[in-house]
Design a protein around this ligand. Structure first.
Ligand SMILES: Nc1ncnc2c1ncn2[C@@H]1O[C@H](COP(=O)(O)OP(=O)(O)OP(=O)(O)O)[C@@H](O)[C@H]1O
Length: 296
């Protein structure tokens, strides 16, 4: 988490209306002399996922350009940038969710614990268990709370009997901060919970199959501020066990929960560095223009 001073200085950067009108950034010029990502996209050690020279195309149209980035174990990496800059496209490369889009082609190298995740021999179902995903809109199955969490563990053969399955359900709900709220109504339908509870149920569902990495695509955008605060606290807690990559439109949220922040612009990774550095002393003029609200 950021120190209070750092947070304050970040808030003053993003909230100062004077900054919004004081400088003009010519986006094409700024992009033209960017041949390399600014900051520290690559890590020396404790790498969970290694992405090198990743290009993504939808048909003829290129959406991601030559992105190289390491994702460290047990970090929360926030991905920010203007709408359409490719955050979700890049996130979906990390567990091959883009495979479900016919026109989408992914080039380059993406490795999880040094295994090539685009190897034709890779079991994609297993990959998506190891790299779980939580979506913008909570999407529990229309089944009981218990079954929402138990389902994945059962189909991946993680338990020998009902007692073990009960333990996984309880532990996953507890780690998602939901156990105390639902323990007396596990048979109730998951879709009957509040939005924030449903999102935590989806997180419990992802946790139940022992992922290494959890991808979150704007996990709080459908939640009210109180449910958002609960999920943000949970994300901070989950980092002890999992690596988390989160797309967010909220710079304040990125500042609150992430250790590193990656700034994307028009399909390129412009800058990635420690979150406090990105928000208080960005290394690229495009990042600065975005965090000070000059475009986005
Ligand atoms: N299924 C698709 N088919 C064709 N083009 C797509 C598809 N999904 C995304 N794109 C295009 O790829 C580019 C990147 O989109 P993407 O959704 O990854 O951006 P984003 O930064 O996540 O945007 P937002 O913040 O608005 O969600 C955009 O130009 C978008 O129109």
């Amino acid at each position: 988490m950021l120190a209070v001073d750092q947070k304050r200085s970040f808030m003053s950067v993003v909230e100062n209306p004077v900054d919004k009108v004081s400088v003009e950034v010519s986006v094409p010029d700024a992009m033209a002399h960017q041949d390399k990502t600014v900051g520290k996209p690559l890590l020396d050690k404790k790498v969970s996922m290694r992405c090198r020279n990743v290009d993504v195309f939808y048909g003829e149209k290129q959406a991601i350009f030559d992105v190289s980035l390491d994702i460290g174990k047990h970090e929360v990496l926030a991905m920010i940038g203007p709408s359409g800059c490719g955050k979700s496209t890049f996130l979906r490369c990390l567990n091959r969710m883009n495979d479900t889009i016919d026109s989408c082609r992914v080039l380059g190298s993406l490795r999880l614990d040094d295994e090539d995740i685009y190897d034709p021999k890779m079991d994609v179902e297993l990959l998506r268990a190891r790299v779980g995903m939580v979506f913008q809109k909570p999407n529990p199955f229309p089944k009981s709370i218990y079954e929402n969490v138990a389902y994945g563990a059962r189909i991946h053969g993680l338990t020998r009997d009902k007692t073990e399955l009960d333990e996984i359900v309880e532990n996953s709900l507890a780690r998602a901060g939901l156990w105390n709220e639902v323990k007396d109504r596990l048979d109730d339908v998951g879709t009957g919970l509040s939005g924030g509870q449903q999102q935590r149920l989806c997180i419990a569902r992802a946790i139940a199959i022992n992922p290494e990495v959890i991808l979150m695509d704007e996990p709080c955008s459908a939640l009210d501020p109180i449910a958002t605060a609960t999920v943000e606290e949970l994300i901070d807690d989950l980092r002890r066990r999992y690596t988390i990559v989160m797309v967010t439109h909220s710079m304040q949220q990125a500042a609150r929960v992430s250790q590193r922040t990656a700034y994307f612009h028009m399909g390129k990774l412009v800058e990635v560095d420690k979150t406090d550095k990105v928000f208080t002393n960005p290394g690229h003029e495009l990042t600065e223009a975005y965090i000070t609200g000059r475009f986005g």
